[in-house]
Design a binder for this molecule. Structure first.
Ligand code: NAP
Length: 243
């Protein structure tokens, strides 16, 4: 019997740092990715170096059928194991002014960042409730907390995920399952690669972009026994940008 943590979008960026953080805490890692197998294998090797197992599970979080068959299949085959932690981290952004935003950009951002929460969480929640222990951590964004121009799709998806976090937290608290969200500001990953870091850092009180590890540490804490009584929270990790 092994205790697993599932990290969606674990191949790169913030997801990779979370995989390593939870591996350091002794969890076996179930690493979901979408298409970047090379990066997924790289992360897998980094996790393996920590002395825990790391299984790769390729599926599209935005595709309900894919989630059902691939993740559902894995759960069927691992009845002896316990999936204790779910980190809903996979995400994309497709920025545009609302006026010019094609339907596909709205749909893709909503399905990848928000609908995925529903289909993935629904599959794993039942066993957490039976085991009377579980940790669900949703990676949202400053954009969902305050709204960002040019990101109506992304802001809506992340704000929706914040609402879902608070609602589900109240549904399952008495069963020992906590549900929290972490809201990064600007973090150095592929997602922010094309941004002008120097110019944008000027408006961040900490005067720098964050590192993926800055986010991973708080996810590690929320997953730990020490965070037993914290649920329905949104924790900002943004160098003081919002507050
Ligand atoms: P990233 O470097 O672009 O990595 C995105 C990850 O999500 C990759 O592992 C990618 O898999 C995976 N992914 C994308 N679409 C997917 C899909 N349909 N199905 C499964 N996996 C999918 O992004 P990041 O910066 O680490 O962002 C991680 C999370 O933090 C996202 O939810 C993002 O919205 C949030 N966030 C980031 C920032 C920031 O400044 N970076 C700020 C606020 C919030 P592949 O490698 O296979 O493509």
């Amino acid at each position: 019997m092994a205790k697993f943590a599932l990290i969606t979008g674990g191949s790169r960026g913030i997801g990779r740092a979370i995989c390593l953080e939870l591996a350091s805490a002794g969890y076996s890692i179930l690493l979901n990715y979408h298409s970047n197998e090379e990066q997924a294998r790289l992360t897998q090797n980094m996790v393996l170096e920590k002395g825990v197992t790391c299984e790769l599970l390729r599926f599209d979080v935005a595709n309900k059928e894919d989630v059902q068959s691939t993740l559902g299949g894995w759960l069927e085959e691992h009845k002896e194991d316990i999936l204790e932690i779910l980190v809903n981290n996979a995400g994309v952004r497709k920025d545009n002014l609302l006026l010019f935003m094609p339907d596909e950009e709205w749909d893709q951002v909503l399905s990848t960042n928000l609908d995925s929460f529903f289909s993935v969480t629904k599959l794993v929640l039942g066993n957490m409730l039976i085991n009377k222990f579980g940790r669900i951590i949703n990676v949202v964004s400053l954009s969902g907390v305050k709204g960002m121009p040019g990101q109506t799709n992304y802001s809506a998806a992340k704000a929706g995920l914040i609402g879902a976090t608070k609602a589900l937290a109240q549904e399952v608290a008495r069963k020992g399952v906590t549900v929290n969200a972490v809201a990064p500001g600007f973090i150095k990953t592929d997602m922010t690669e094309e941004l002008d870091e120097k110019a944008l850092s000027g408006m961040i009180p900490a005067r720098r972009f964050g590192e993926p590890e800055d986010v991973a540490h708080i996810v590690g804490f929320l997953a730990s026994a020490g965070a037993n009584y914290i649920t329905g929270e949104v924790i900002n990790v943004n160098g003081g940008l919002y507050t």
